[in-house]
Design a protein. Sequence first.
Lengths: 1288, 370
Amino acid sequence: MASPEGAAAAKVKLRPRKKKKSKKESKTRSVYANILGEEDDNNPNRHYADNKIKTTKYTVLSFLPKNLFEQFHRFANVYFVFIALLNFVPVVNAFQPELALAPVVFILSVTAIKDLWEDYRRHRSDKEINHMDCLVYSRTERRYVEKFWKEVHVGDFIRLRCNEILPADVLLLSSSDPDRLCHIETATLDGETNLKQRQVVRSFFDLDCDFDPSKYNSVIECEKPNNDLNRFRGYIIHRSGRRDALYKDNLLLRGCTIRNTEEAVGIVIYAGHETKAMLNNNGPRYKRSKLERQMNVDVFWCVIILLVMCSFAAVGHGLWMFQYGDKRPVFDVLSPEGTDLSPVLSAIYLFLTMIIVFQVLIPISLFVSIEIVKICQVYFIHQDAELYDEESDSHLQCRALNITEDLGQMQYIFSDKTGTLTDNKMVFRRCTVAGVEYSHDANARRLAMYQEMDSEEEECPSRGGTLPRRDSVGSHHSVKVVLRSHSTKSHRRTGSRAEAKRASILSKHTAFSSPMEKDITPDPQLMDKVNECGSQMDFMRFHSQPMSQLPSDLGDIMDFFIALTLCNTVVVSSPDQPRHKVRMRFELKSPVKTIEDFIKRFTPSRLTSGSNSSSSSSLATNRSSTKGCSSTLSSPSAESVNADGGAEHPNAAATCQPSSANHIAVFLPVPFCRACFQGNSKGKRQKKIIYRTQNYLNQYAADGLRTLCIAKKVLSKEEYACWLQRHLEAETAIQGREELLFESALRLETNLQLLGATGIEDRLQDGVPETIDALRKAGLQIWVLTGDKQETAVNIAYACKLLDPEEEILTLNADSMEACSLLLEESLHYIQAKFLCGSAKAFHADFAPFHIYPSSPPPPPHWSSSHAAVHRLGLVIDGRTLAYALDRSLEDKFLAVARSCRSVLCCRSTPLQKSMVVKLVRNKLKVMTLAIGDGANDVSMIQVADVGVGISGQEGMQAVMASDFALPRFRNLQKLLLVHGHWCYSRLANMILYFFYKNAMFVALIFWYQFYCGFSGSAMIDQWYLIFFNLMFSAFPQLITGTLDKDVSAQTLQQLPQLYINGQNSEEYKPYMFWMNMIDAFYQSLVCFFIPYFAYADSDVDLFTWGTPVTTIAVFTILLHLGVETKTWTWMNWLSICFSVALFFTVALCYNASCPTCYSPSNPYWTMQRLLQDPTFYLLCLITPAAALLPRYFYRACQGTIFPSPVQVGRQLDRLPAKDPHGNILSLSGIQTGARPDPERKSSVAKDPRRPREESQRPDASLSVRIDLPAEGGVKYTKNSQERLSVG
Amino acid sequence: MMASSYNAKEEDGHHSGPSSHGGAGAVKSKKPDNTAFKQQRLPAWQPILTAGTVLPAFFVIGLIFIPIGIGLYVTSNNIKEFEIDYTGVDVSSPCFSCAKNYSWDSTTSCTCSVNFTLEQPFESNVFMYYGLSNFYQNHRRYVKSRDDSQLNGDRSALTNPSKECEPYRTSEGQPIAPCGAIANSLFNDTLVLYHVDSNGTKISIPLAKKGIAWWTDKHVKFRNPGGNDNLTIAFQGTNKPVNWRKPVFELDPDDRDNNGFINEDFIVWMRTAALPTFRKLYRIIHKKSSSTPTLASGRYILDITYNYPVLSFDGRKRMILSTISWMGGKNPFLGIAYITVGSICFFLGVVLLIIHHKYDSRNSSADIPN
């Protein structure tokens, strides 16, 4: 077809190939087309990874060594292998060497099999993916042929059809779309289901005919593979030498799905493991929980105990040997060589032998058991129906598998606001245009009504879950700006509820869940204006007058709406025609129709494309603008969203180019930034507009609305061309593109003309106030860290009961380090003065020299006292002040203030600040922190916290990807923490303690025996029992209990959040409990040893006929001990205990009957059978466990009666008839609810019922640093500071 | 379908919920099943340990244990037992000279006689034990020092005993049968019991030497090599243990079924005792007729062929005569233990009752039984 071209291209090829050698180490990658007839070993792309993916860790050959190597990273495994190997040394061996290897091999092989299975699953899925088909251009056949994914190479051309998955990272070169666009769904990468647009590389933009790969002969220079999904830089060099920049908009990422585009062709840039998707593919995170850390300390103690016991035995043996002197008794066997061992030497040998014999003390199966239990716990959390969100069909995801119990120990919660506390579904509420407010009262009323309706509707079951969603191409992801007329609205009214539900389900993946929120009842005033405007326009059109003659207020309205319509991403497609992109259409009905006409008239050709390619600044995403703005203001280096709204594609989105005029109007949705407008504010009217708009903005903010300003700028053609050129330069830069784009945006965004502003409501999520209330009762400190402006944040905080109207609010706004320091100082003094007198006893040493709680606070008399220092105070701090407060010199003071406040609200904080706050609290206060958020700006905070929780909300999946747990809604946090956290913690804590007890008790039996066997390391317990005791006889019941035990029912846990404090104070597993358990273990083993000892003293019993009853008794005692500790007996508990007993006897009987000559030295032939005929055996089995468990049982009973723990009281409440647990709890004297306000304290607050809402609504834009102190304190600090520029 | 499998891959399939696995589930709602198990609502018994709920258990245990204890105690007291120490530590004791001069190496036997009197007649079968004290048969290296295959009559093990037998594996270049320290230290005193009539004549009491070992030991575990036919030939090429006087096939030359490895004295000895003070069954004195007691009260003489040295490790040797009951030999401990534990339980029950009255009444609302 094009052989001359091919030859020419080959010539071109030679040149860059030489360059390649030097470039191999350079920072870029060059990609050539693969169609040019290079042999395999000459292919310039041969150094790049091919598209075959292999995520498996092992191959058949490498599995064993590699897996073992990995497993030996765990110290315990090395230890156990060491001990097993020690058995092969004849002088010290205690067990049959092969048998001693059994448990280690078992543990290792269980893990290995798990790994193997996981790896096999990976292998299968790799294979499946590698063998997916795609169309690759074949050089020889000159057409696209089907190939497997794994055969795709860098430089190949591939053709993609609608709904296909991309096999590699592909540079888009051609699209069947007339606008040269390609839509992709990136759900597999970031979970966002809205369609994203990708653009054909600019130089191929104007290609009229189909793209022909054989004619392609350009070279692509781009970045080395990296894992940043949102970045791609490079340029393409054509044969002509022309360079075109490449953006992330040109790159289609592996794993995405092509939507709404019939056909697209691209060249593979990164393949296989070098694709961004694969580079982002990192496994689950590994964190070590607090409980596990504590456990490791006790494992260490176990080692110490082991060493002490071994040394004791060794010394004992030395002395025992010594007492015989030279007289060698017949039973003291010489060494195999027949030589005499000196007492010292045999003591040393014995020490090693004892380590082998006592190895059970270090619980070999503990780590495996904990992992199993945690997986089961994760499974149950995952299965909880209450953590399932019908609307989004999502449920909780546990991404970190090993920190479930941390959920039960949280002390501080750091929450994002938008999308976490609120829905992040933006509902239009009010707007102001040209300084006139349109309050949209009717709309507000309607919405209020709808919400009530909505809550009623929740009861009726939804049929929505079964609707096929994936098949419908997920194509109704339209972010629409809809202004509907009365007529559509009335249609809505008549529509049945079911219809509304269905509609909401259909639009499951859209930003707006119900049509009710999309509809807007226009404000009558605005309607009038618009109508007037329309008629004026008709008139003008009729008379073909220029538009500038429109009255200025009408003109502003006009521009306002044009800006709203233009600066939005609008993609419309219909489900029935998935392959055809439906032409752009605005749903601007009657009142605005004229505007549509108007737009059509003036920009007939550009309307659709322009609107389509507008990048990202839409109403639905304008929250990010607001956020971005706040970050811009507090730290200039932060990424500015301004840049991508108006600036990235100025020629397309926000510009409107009237053909008749010489001017280009640039419409920009901008955050209110006075600097942007100042240059233009010469006109008196404009000044007035700015002033008024700012007032309205404050008011909106006070109402908790999100604000966005709309501005325009009129440029001359020359100006525009000049700016555009520089902007394009900035765009093509590979290095520092962001900064250049930012500068470019700054250049444009001056002297803007303010048009108006919108106020958009972000509704609170359901159940947020209740959840916050419950969490707070649970003793959790809740801090809200938000990027929002202060007034908005404070109001949301009131709405969600984070701040209480009865509470005093400390507001910290400072503009310098000194001011901040002073403020903190004063606040501290104030807090001290105010509360020290009131509750002196709760106050010792909490403040003034700053004092950190001892890491393990002494067990409080009541469960609330560790929180006693928290007062009914709220702290509000803004980003700038926070920056000062987080300084090393002030952070202690800041913490001292903050931790004595009931709630802390940090506004305008950057992502970095968020993570710094979390880190500060976590490190300084040594508390367990939980961070919850939904957006990319919360990722750093989520990663820093002990437990990161992501909300799978509207704003993508970055937070979820970074989190340990992902929740559908904020309110799920309550059950996750209060119920599952509590359960997981108490289950695991009890299991670990039990594990220590169990092994210590078993090993101590052998230890006592050493006193009666000359400390010779002899064991009366058969080595089989000894080795399989942990793995078989006692393994299952504790796993069942560790998985299923419920100390308190879920219902009570939620009704009494106070029970959560149990976990916060680590009350299930305190260091002393380990020792208590050890003491109990030693007591029980004494009983289990000495009762059989005396029962068989001076009898003809032989070693293992005596040891077998001891073992049996120990098994019974250990199982019954678990029974005492088990709070909930389901059939599974019974079954597991019966199974364990049955297993023991079965194994013992089989083992004892199997071989008369084997199993040296015990050779237990027929022992168990004989014992079962011996009445003494049964008598022993009856009395010994009873005597052994007597103290614990008695203690538990007394403790449950005399000083019941809150959890025990909760359990008792469980048993009550369910009528009114709360009424009952007050009658229980055992409980003192920590959150119940001290009446004295309450009254002192009530004296000052200042309504902060009123205060924040004061019109002044808060130009001062103020700390709001109550009048009775008599202090009011006011510091002048420079005017704050930002509002919106 | 493809997308979801890809998805599962991206997330490494680490959600343990079944609904997240497998691509086919993507179409279905992910709503978890509302089953009692998955929602952790399994019906359960939730005992609460308080004084009120627990005290019946204490009383019940007390009421069961105390009678059992009394029964055991009475049973144990009905057992008659006589014990005599013949080690010969004291100068006055008849075996003093034997004990003093004796060592493993001596070839001549030393005999001594001990007189004793039974105050009460022993009615039923009497079991005659020898008891050793301070003898650590449970020493780790001692316990191991045997070869079960050899004792089971395995020919190859006979000529090539296990390594465990070292250093009692070979002597003078020949394998030892039976090898090992346990066999080497076989108890080799001979005890003969005489009743001294009222007129002063010594009447030998028949001592049954069979039936003292476990049936399974005698018939399954221990076997002579090549059956019981000609043990001298069977044990050819082996040597006797160093401490033995005579080879293993001469342990009981009179009775072919009690010779060699299946000699019951030998089998009993090979069952190593659990504790350093132990007794081993030596002989059984069967009851002859229902009218006369097995051992009438009166004077007895115990003739001892003193072969076994114990003084080197401060050991003691005893001869014990005992009748047995259904629960074995005389041991009052279990009865006392039951009585004690039962009483403690009862006492604690009373304490709990007091606690219950003092504390539980105030929140009796929480005490509604299930």
